[in-house]
Design a protein. Sequence first.
Length: 408
Amino acid sequence: MFNKKEIKLIRKQFPILKKYVNGYKLIYFDNASTTQKPNILIDKIRNYYYNYNSNLYRYNNYLSVKSTIYVDECRKIIKNLINAKSYKEIIFTKSTTESINLISVCLKNINKNNDEIIISQLEHHSNIIPWQILCKNKKLKLKILKINNKYNISLNNLKSKLTKKTKIVSITHISNVFGTILPIKKIVDIIKNYNRKILIILDCAQSIAHIPINVQELNVDFLVFSSHKVYGPTGLGILYCKKEILKKLKPYQYGGGMIKKVRYKNNIYEKKYKKIEAGTLNIASIYSFIYVIKFLNKIKIYNINIYENQLINYLKKLLLKNKNIILYGKNNIYSSSILSFNIKNKNINDIGLFLNNYGIQVRIGNQCSEPLMKFLRLKGTIRVSLGLYNNKIEIDKFYYYLNKIINN
């Protein structure tokens, strides 16, 4: 748990928090969209281009060797972060979105007509559309797990959806709309006990920065997240894939990096993770992400989780004081540092603009979960998502200006 002095020190690591918007100190409550960046990341990206810039796998080239070493080091530190068995199970992409698309494309040959894919109502568009396209192209069936009154997944509903034709279950770890933490271990156990061959993809975009993750304990087949949501650089996605499944995957794209030998008739592709990483990787981001994870390891995700829970519970208590605020998932004890709400008789876009006038950044809209909004008969929500550098002073200011617009 952090004390006030430690929070001040953490906040000093993020230079953007010194910024003023419209004459007001920036209050950044949109961490579910992207997190702000610490000095160590900014410094290391600059350092990479100053000292190590080169492409990979040129083993007679000093700069290339150094870059290759750092890329492998990043795989290893990510392997430890999520407790994978091997760093060779870590694949670099450009985003969570690309990782899910990659899986859907690489698994094309595994699926047959009339096979079934299951997702939930809590999914981000990035975990809906790729499966819709795959189902359309391959004549598969997409099945949707409905949420219960606690904005979580009904395990009985999951059991009823599983059939002999189920091949894939792709599901979020934490809802980007409500902050609901899904009971992934129970979900995986139900699925694997029914049929251990069903592939499970876990979207950790909203969980990686907030709660400890252990892929071996969870026993998922794939795990995806983006570095920019965990205080890292943009343009870098992480895909974990079990070693035995990685062997079966076909290349996603073709060209340099993923090829071993090129012939006009029969090519030989690289094995393991390299066959999935065509082209030049985002090496500067990979290099800098090493130091971001080291920075977080010193703080410890467990401590971040405790601190953020205190903040979100403090905010919930304030919002519940006002009868004009409709807070979604207020009774859900299994929630992260995200919450969504609306204000009676107020337009959410007007609220967003009003808060922005005072330097407060929140997310307004359907939260990239339009089917969920339609199911709940909502036009959208106001979303607050907190990070490790937020504090109660910011929350008090936010609540003050929220009341101002309510009473206006």
